[in-house]
Structure formats: C-alpha cells, structure tokens
Design a protein around this ligand. Structure first.
Ligand SMILES: Cc1ncc(C[n+]2csc(CCOP(=O)(O)OP(=O)(O)O)c2C)c(N)n1
Ligand SMILES: [Mg+2]
Length: 284
C-alpha cells in the first residue's frame, strides 16, 4: 500500500469556494484523516449532491461523483453495495441533505450502510445566492425573506440520532484538529457515520459567522458516554450548545451484512445451480 501524503489527494481543480469559507477547513481535515489511514485514491470515491459544498469531489484526486441535488446518499449507497471494497464518502450541504435529500438521510441512517456522510452546514443555500435552508434561524432575512424566516430549525445531529445512525459527531470548520479526529473516526467506523460540520458562509450568512460560532460552541464533556443514545440526544437538544465532539457510536449490523445474509439464504434455498433464467421461466 502506498504511503500517502496530504498532497496526494490534491485534485486538478483549485477550490472555487470564497476565501474564508468554512469548507476549506473541511477539505483540509478530510485529507489529513485520509492520509492518516493511508486511504488510496484508486479505491476511494467522494459522492456529492449540488451546492457550493457539493463541489468537493472536484478538489480531490480520488474518484468522484457530482450527482444531483439531494441525491448524494442514494448514489453513495448504490456504489457501496455494488462494490463493498470501495471507500465511499458522501458530502454535501444543509440544503442538499435536509431539504430535498432529507428523506434519503433518514433512511440511510436506519439502514446503516458502511459509508461516511459529511454535511457542511452554513445555514443557507449558498450556491443559489442565499435563500433560507432547514437550519436557518427564525427571523433570518434574505432577499427571498425580506421580513423574516418563519420555520423552526432542523437539528441534524438529533435527526441522525433519532434514526439510529451508528456514528454521530459534530465538528466546527474552525477547529481542523478536532475535525480531523472526528472524520477519521467516521472513516474507521463500520457502519453509517454522520459528521455534521458547522461551516460558516462568509458571503450570504452574516448571522452564524466564524466569530459567533466560536463563541457559542462547546465540547462535549469528557465523561460523555458515547453508547448512551438518550444522553447523546439530550446534548444534541441542549439550548446552551451547539456541542461538538463524538455524540454516539455503536456497532450494529450494516446494510451490506444484512444483505449478504439474505443472499446466502436465498442461494441455499434455491440450490447451488440457481440461475436467473430458471426463475424467469416461472413467469412464462
Ligand atoms: C432538483 C434541484 N432543485 C433545486 C436546485 C437548485 N439548487 C442548487 S444548490 C441548492 C441549495 C444548496 O444549498 P446547500 O446544499 O446548503 O449547499 P451550499 O451551497 O450552501 O454549500 C439549490 C436549491 C437544483 N440544482 N436541483
Ligand atoms: Mg448550505
């Protein structure tokens, strides 16, 4: 296996994000985590939806799939099921994963495919020039909401915990060291690893800036029991947060393992010479 340097993951395209965008920190942390684990580029794929954050695959030298809005997860899961040997990392924004792709997120969490999902949350639709997203705060004003945004916020960490994602963490784009550890833990985890990242937008969201988020985030207490889902939910829910760190981690059968079991049972019932042609003959 080739020893990997951070520079080995540099894509041919220079990141097009604004100077100061939180996503630069996420890119740096992912590259570090991948180098620590000696992830090879030939068997790693980064899958994204659509958004500023979803431009991620262009900036990496791995395989990549820039899919359609909200569909990073089904594409990522399909890739993993087709070839479980590939490291599959899905990435995207709060709009991509919680609005149009919200349904895929909850079903991915409960099925537990062995993939990592990184959500860069800037509380806004940045690519389309600043509309409110499911994580925008009540009262936010944008060109589309000149008076105030009126819907309650989605809490992505609480959502992942509710649907039983087996690894749930939250990081902050301004703390690359912590982010590297959380992402590395997610890559190493055997199952669906969700990493929610507070990744401020410097252009369209002046409310949740780096300065403000740095002031209010706090690390989870060291004695937090990562196997206690109810306690993890209490921290996710805490009004005095947001907390960062590893909320929850348990080992449970993955989607691939459950399917392998079904396949072997089906093969057993139909005998060694099972063929799809024989099955089709029943419907002639
Ligand atoms: C099916 C579909 N609907 C809407 C859009 C328009 N659109 C592109 S990106 C986006 C939102 C992006 O927000 P987010 O996922 O948070 O990414 P960010 O740009 O903030 O990183 C929308 C609504 C689209 N491309 N496709
Ligand atoms: Mg966004």
């Amino acid at each position: 296996m080739k020893k990997m340097e951070i520079s080995d993951y540099k894509g041919k395209v220079k990141p097009s994000w604004c100077p100061g965008c939180g996503n630069h920190g996420v890119l740096a942390a992912l590259k570090k985590a991948m180098a620590n684990l000696e992830y090879q580029t030939h068997n790693t794929t980064i899958v994204s939806g659509i958004g500023c954050s979803s431009r991620f695959p262009f900036f990496m030298s791995t395989y990549g799939f820039h899919s359609i809005h909200g569909r990073a997860l089904p594409v990522a899961i399909g890739l993993k099921e087709a070839n479980p040997e590939i490291n599959v990392i899905a990435v995207g924004g709060d709009g991509d994963g919680l609005s149009i792709g919200g349904n895929h997120f909850i079903h991915a969490a409960r099925k537990n495919p062995n993939i990592t999902y990184i959500m860069m949350d800037n509380e806004i639709y940045a690519l389309t020039k600043g509309q409110c997203s499911p994580t925008s705060r009540i009262g936010t004003t944008t060109k589309c909401n000149p008076y105030a945004w009126t819907a309650d916020r989605i809490n992505p960490v609480l959502m992942a915990l509710s649907f039983n994602a087996s690894y749930v963490a939250r990081g902050y784009a301004g703390d690359i060291k912590q982010l590297e550890e959380l992402i590395q833990g997610g890559l190493e985890h055997h199952g669906f690893a969700f990493i929610h990242i507070i990744s401020p937008c410097v252009q369209y969201n002046k409310v949740s800036s780096f300065e403000k988020m740095k002031e209010i985030i706090k690390p989870l207490p060291e004695n937090h029991n990562i196997e206690d889902r109810v306690n993890a939910m209490a921290y996710a829910f805490a009004p005095n947060g947001p907390y960062t760190g590893l909320f929850y981690k348990v080992q449970r059968p993955t989607y691939e393992e459950r399917y392998a079991d079904i396949i072997s049972k089906a093969k057993h019932l139909s005998g060694e010479n099972y063929s799809i042609e024989d099955v089709m003959k029943q419907f002639k």
